[in-house]
Design a protein around this ligand. Structure first.
Ligand code: NAD
Ligand code: ZN
Length: 517
């Protein structure tokens, strides 16, 4: 895994890069220096003699080259990651830390260095401010932000080194005894981690075609090719008995036995299916879940539920069979399609509403989500809830927030809405009910809606029929005693479960989110 340091001029990419590389015994590469060396001219000379287009071409070439290498500390040029393609090439290879400082600090550092072309000519402060304004969205879009204000390069290095440490979160409840390892670059260390944890024996990796294609194009190739693997078609429509049968056949073909380990590398669909295959093959083999979607990292990979769908409905066949280990590497999220990332945010936001008001407040202003620390903190909500109520007698029902109505919305859309999208709409409707019951003030609903929208989620489903949603909600397997039970917020970080709601309030909320369809 590479470590990539990015940020505005004067943020210290080069000095921190040298310090960090020295501490880690790695090579530091300043991409601009490399380009200049290769061209045999300075960057301003390249600009003047060959033009900016030629410089950008050389820059892309260098990004591709560095992205194909490993264990480097890289400082790309200031404008390098404005190109989406360059960003993808580098992010596939490692984690980007965006170094930040206010304009005044940056200017003071640049003046002290004295040789930055940016400062040539009149009014450098104005120029710097314009550059910062133009690039703010880009800088803000990296989940790893590091303030360098009043910090020496050595101190900034320490912060980065700390953030590179993997999180080890134990999950301990009756029948659920495993760790969740979460950290940058864990995927490429997977074979080594399995050995360390004595998860050895005939091993088979199962993934889906999308993941295989995207990861295979990156450096993960090395490990995906070292392990025998099966690549399944992607999508919920394949989470069925036919794919399961194919899996059993592959298990036999690869000589798996009771001492085997099956690795599920994929989203919730793959994890549910492979977990169920592991639960039932030869009456149960060990498996390791390596979630690759945001939704599966914070939700589906935790709790031990596995299963497949039947034509009659989702998750109708299943088993409780927790993995021996969950390994989450936030770097895999870099290739996740935007809509899938947004869908995962619905569960992230749900978790903050259940038990993390502080992280909810962070989300209200955050531009990006997905650092290892943020993920560890968010999934810990589910871990805590599951540990407290392993047998689903009480508090675990809070995880159903947004789902009573959300499941109805998801089904009424004919599964055209992603699960997370439907949950966002369900959250909206259930908050309206909580408002109506006078449990939460409308301001809370507005704040939640703002966060949902901030992360690209829908909050309405015009076109769906109220009666249809209501009818499908009744089919929800979570209904008990013939009555729908809701989990409803009493505020941010405080959710009550087992609530029955007057029918007219349910209908009113459905009218509001559908626009009365
Ligand atoms: N077991 C549980 O407790 C539990 C909880 C919640 C949801 N689920 C289940 O999870 C499933 C939904 O999971 P999901 O949202 O992860 O969907 P998914 O597994 O279908 O993945 C979404 C899409 O993203 C692709 N993809 C996955 N990782 C990628 C990556 N890193 N880069 C590029 N593409 C990638 C997949 O191929 C797929 O096309 C549902 O079947 C649901 O029932 C289970
Ligand atoms: Zn859900």
């Amino acid at each position: 895994m590479n470590i990539i340091l990015y940020g505005p001029p004067g943020s210290g990419k080069t000095t921190v890069g040298h310090t960090l590389a020295a501490q880690l015994g790695r090579t530091f590469i300043d991409a601009d220096v490399l380009i200049a060396e290769r061209a045999g001219r300075t960057i301003p000379q390249i600009f003047a003699e060959a033009g900016e287009a030629e410089f950008r071409r050389m820059e892309s070439e260098v990004c591709a080259e560095l992205g194909a290498q490993n264990n480097l500390v890289i400082a790309p040029g200031g404008g390098a990651l404005l190109s989406e393609a360059n960003r993808r090439k580098l992010e596939k290879s490692g984690v980007v830390f965006c170094l930040r400082a206010d304009a005044e600090t940056l200017l003071a550092r640049l003046s002290a260095a004295g040789d930055r072309p940016l400062l040539a000519g009149p009014n450098p402060a104005e120029k710097l401010n314009a550059l910062l304004a133009a690039r703010r969205t880009l800088y803000d879009s990296f989940p790893e932000q590091v303030s360098t204000v009043d910090q020496s390069p050595a101190q900034v290095s320490v912060v980065i080194l700390e953030r590179l440490q993997p999180h080890e979160i134990p999950l301990r409840a009756p029948g659920l005894q495993h760790d969740i390892l979460l950290g940058y670059g864990l995927l490429e260390r997977l074979p080594e981690i399995l050995r360390e944890r004595e998860l050895t024996g005939p091993t088979l990796l199962v993934t889906d075609e999308n993941i295989f294609r995207t990861l295979d194009a990156g450096r993960q190739k090395t490990f995906a090719h070292r392990l025998p693997s099966v690549v399944l078609p992607a999508g919920e429509q394949h989470k069925n008995l036919a794919t399961l049968e194919r899996l059993y056949t592959e298990f036999l073909k690869h000589g798996l036995d009771r001492n085997s380990i099956v690795i599920a590398l994929g989203g919730g669909v793959l994890g549910d299916m492979v977990g169920f295959a592991a639960a039932t093959f030869m009456r149960g083999v060990r498996w390791v879940n390596v979630p690759t979607t945001l939704l599966s990292m914070v939700d589906a990979s935790l709790g031990g539920k596995t299963g497949v769908d039947l034509p009659q409905g989702k998750n109708l066949v299943g088993a409780f069979h927790p993995p021996a280990l969950v390994i989450s590497d936030p770097l895999v999220l870099n290739t996740l399609p935007t809509a899938e990332r947004a869908a995962g945010m619905a569960e992230v936001i749900k978790h903050t509403l259940i038990d993390d008001a502080e992280q909810f407040a962070e989300l209200e202003t955050a531009s990006a989500f997905g650092s290892a620390a943020q993920l560890a903190r968010n999934l810990s909500v589910k871990v805590r809830v599951v540990q407290e109520d392993p047998f689903e007698k009480g508090r675990r029902a809070t995880l159903n927030l947004g789902h009573t109505i959300g499941h109805g919305v998801e089904a009424a859309s004919g599964y055209q809405l992603r699960h997370g999208e439907a949950i966002a709409i369900g959250l909206h409707a259930e908050l309206l009910i909580a408002n109506n019951l006078k449990w939460t003030p409308p301001e809370i609903t507005e704040r939640v809606l703002a966060v949902l929208r901030r992360f690209g989620l829908p909050t309405h489903c015009p076109g769906l029929e109220v009666a249809h949603i209501r009818q499908l909600m009744s089919a929800d397997k979570k209904k008990s005693g013939g009555q729908l039970k809701f989990a409803l917020p009493r505020g941010v970080g405080d959710v009550v479960w087992g609530v029955t709601v007057p029918e007219d309030m349910i209908m009113e909320a459905l009218w509001a989110v559908t626009g009365g369809g």
